[in-house]
Structures are given as structure tokens and as C-alpha cells.
Ligand binder design. Structure first.
Ligand code: ATP
Ligand code: MG
Ligand code: MG
Length: 374
């Protein structure tokens, strides 16, 4: 079986790694260079997109900001999963918010703003603090602004107006209520074309400057898990979704609100490579190929630590029991996701001890999410 992935980053790479033992060959389409490449070596092939489409069973995506003309070509092949409408919803916060409301999934109230006047009205309607997010192209907390008090409105709008002017598309901005969350969690699940759905246990996510820094997965509170699964099911059914889907939530007390969805494998699901019966990458391939889905059972509490802007870490890390390095083979750039570390323990206490060991080896400034283990 063959799968083409739109996007040639680390997610396509990890799908290829997971597909190999399953007998699934993965190739990638680099949307920027418009070349079909090998997902691990990134070596270019002479294949055109159309030729690659003719030769695979399924085409899928590793990110939601795929140009719409490419999505249209892929959809026309009849092989795209999830559907282009789902990928577009993940890439446009206006469509995403409307979909969440249709699916009755609890989420922060919002207003679309496109002028200083409408921003003023949004502040009146929703109250402050407010979070403003560009409708398109947002990732890793980029394209976001905060309004803490009414005197912020004018300078923030100036910033936004400048941002909108520079962007090719005169996109709108989604203004949403600031949620004073207790923690952030995400649910990764998979649904195949037969409508079968499986869920991993929730992961707790720590973000630093808007970027995921650490995810921790353990067997958690079953009522919260249930709440997340119920919302996941209504979203996945509303979308008639096929593949792995990630939903990020804010937890306030014992209530969950959806922050956003990602129509793909997700950074907060990398822990499944060491912590679950079947990793998210294999389950995504199984789902889009309409194969039986793999067990999502947690086999041991596992944490994932993102490596940002660094291509060399002490070898001593490899002395930590059950620690695994996952480098993406990318050129080093400040803040860039270069790899991740997965570390497990037989129980919470053993995992915490191992995270303390990891924290002792890694530099404090680069890995602030580990500070609670120092
Ligand atoms: P990702 O890389 O996860 O796709 P993104 O750029 O799409 O990120 P969001 O997930 O919307 O951004 O926001 C990034 C982070 O900012 C969230 O994980 C959360 O910590 C914070 N945040 C976003 N929206 C809100 C909100 N309404 N209230 C409070 N905090 C928020
Ligand atoms: Mg996002
Ligand atoms: Mg997010």
C-alpha cells in the first residue's frame, strides 16, 4: 500500500517510519518546492504531483495550511483523506469556530473583527481580557495578540492592521474570550471510513511562549476523559472525519472547552510512540487506508519534550532508562522544532524521577517546562 503526504516535515517523516513495518510506503509532497520527495531523506524525485497521485492508494496531509488549488487536485483523485473541507476548517479559525458551534462543542465565545470599531464592539460584547487570532496561517501561537484592558485596543489594532496589510489575503481576525484555564489537555483519536473511532488517553500540555514544550500522558480522570471523547465524537461526526484528529482543550475546573482542532497527527501525540500500544502515526495510516484501527491503550505513563532550535544534546541523556530520542534531521534555526524526547516510567512516580534526571542534564533556559522537575 502507498500513501502520499502533503507536506514534507517531521510528521510525514514519522508516518513513513511507522508505515514501514506495516508494509505501507509513504512519499511526501513538499508544498513549497512543489516536488515529490522521500519523507526521510528529503531526496527529490522526478514525479509530478499528478503522477504520484496516480500511484498511491491514499493522499493525506501533515498540516492544515495546504494551498487550496493543491487540495482540489488531490480531492479530484478521489483518494484524499481527511476531506479537503476538513483540512480547510483546520486552517481557518472562522470556519473552525462555526463548525464547533454546529457540533455543540463547548468553546470560547468569539466575534470576527475587521476594523478598530468592530474590535471595540468585540471588547464590549465579550469583555476583556481578549485573545485575537489571525483567521489563517496560525501555528505555534504566531499571529496572536492579547487585549488586557481597553487602553490596549488602539495600539493592538495598529499592530493587527500592519499585519493584515503585509499578508496577501485580507483575512479577518477571530476575537475570543480569554479562558483562565487550570490546564491544557488534548485528545488524539482516529476514525476510519467505517465510522469506527478510537481514543488515546488525554495528554496534559505545557506551552511556553505559545509553543508546545511538554506533553504528559497518564491514565487520568475518567469523567474528564469521557467529556473529551463525547466532544470528539460530535466533532468527528459533524466532519465525517477519516484519519487521526487532534482536539486541544482548556480545562477550567471540571469543564472542558475546545481551543482548536488539528485535522492530522499532532505534536501532543508524539508520546504514543513509546507510551501506547499503537502510535498515532500508524493509526493515521490505518484509518486513511480503512484498515482496522490499532489499540490506543496506554502501556506506561510517558512524557514528550520538544527540542526547539537545538541540534545537539548531551549523549548522557541516553543513560536515562526508557528515554528515546527522535531527531527530525532538519537544519538548525532559532525556535524550530528539531526533534523530541520521549521518556516513560512504569508509573507516575518513576516517570517523575526520570524527568528529574532529564532536567538535570538539560539546560534550564532551553527547557523551562522541566523547571517543576528541577
Ligand atoms: P498550535 O501550534 O497548537 O496550532 P496555534 O498557533 O494554533 O498553536 P492556539 O493553540 O490557538 O495557537 O494558542 C496557543 C496557546 O495560546 C494555547 O495553547 C494557549 O496556551 C494560549 N491561548 C490560546 N487561546 C487562548 C484563550 N482563548 N484563552 C487563554 N489562552 C489561550
Ligand atoms: Mg493551531
Ligand atoms: Mg494550539
Amino acid at each position: 500500500m502507498k500513501v502520499l503526504v502533503l507536506g514534507a516535515g517531521q510528521l510525514a517523516r514519522m508516518m513513513a517510519l511507522a508505515g514501514t513495518p506495516l508494509g505501507v510506503a509513504v512519499c511526501a509532497f513538499d508544498v513549497r518546492s512543489q516536488k515529490v520527495v522521500h519523507p526521510i531523506t528529503l531526496a527529490q524525485t522526478h514525479d509530478s504531483l499528478q503522477h504520484a497521485l496516480d500511484n498511491v492508494d491514499v493522499v493525506t496531509a501533515e498540516f492544515e495550511h495546504v494551498p487550496h488549488d493543491i487540495l482540489a487536485i488531490c480531492e479530484a483523485s478521489g483518494k484524499l483523506a481527511p476531506a479537503s473541507s476538513n483540512i480547510k476548517i483546520g486552517g481557518d479559525r472562522r470556519l473552525e469556530k462555526a463548525m464547533l458551534d454546529r457540533a455543540n462543542a463547548n468553546n470560547a465565545s468569539h466575534v470576527i473583527v475587521d476594523s478598530e470599531l468592530s474590535l471595540n464592539q468585540a471588547c464590549e460584547k465579550l469583555g476583556v481580557p481578549l485573545v485575537l487570532k489571525s483567521a489563517l496561517d496560525g501555528y505555534d501561537g504566531k499571529g496572536q495578540w492579547r487585549i488586557k484592558q481597553s487602553t490596549d485596543i488602539e495600539p493592538v489594532w495598529q499592530d493587527i492592521a500592519e499585519f493584515l496589510q503585509q499578508s496577501s489575503d485580507k483575512q479577518g481576525i477571530v476575537a475570543e474570550q480569554f479562558i483562565p484555564f487550570d490546564r491544557e489537555v488534548s485528545l488524539i483519536g482516529a476514525r476510519n471510513a467505517r465510522g469506527e473511532v478510537v481514543f488515546y488517553p488525554l495528554a496534559e500540555n505545557i506551552h511556553v511562549d505559545g509553543v508546545l514544550s511538554l506533553s504528559l500522558a497518564e491514565q487520568g480522570d475518567s469523567a474528564i476523559q469521557q467529556q473529551a471523547e463525547t466532544m470528539f465524537k460530535s466533532v468527528a461526526e459533524e466532519l465525517n472525519y477519516v484519519g487521526v484528529l487532534a482536539i486541544e482543550f482548556f480545562q477550567v475546573g471540571d469543564q472542558l472547552l475546545v481551543n482548536e482542532i488539528a485535522p492530522r497527527v499532532h505534536n501532543s501525540g508524539h508520546w504514543t510512540q513509546q507510551g501506547a500500544d499503537t502510535c498515532q502515526f500508524e493509526n493515521h495510516l490505518r484509518a486513511v487506508l480503512n484498515l482496522p484501527l490499532g489499540s490506543t491503550k496506554l502501556i506506561r505513563p510517558t512524557a514528550m519534550i520538544n527540542i526547539l532550535g537545538e541540534d545537539n544534546l548531551p549523549d548522557e541523556l541516553l543513560t536515562v532508562a526508557s528515554l528515546h530520542m527522535h531527531w527530525y534531521g532538519k537544519d538548525k534555526r532559532a525556535g524550530r522544532k528539531m526533534g523530541h524526547i520521549n521518556v516513560s516510567g512504569k508509573d507516575k512516580a518513576e516517570l517523575a524521577l526520570r524527568l528529574q534526571q532529564v532536567a538535570g542534564i538539560l539546560c534550564k533556559e532551553q527547557f523551562p517546562a522541566l523547571n517543576c522537575y528541577r
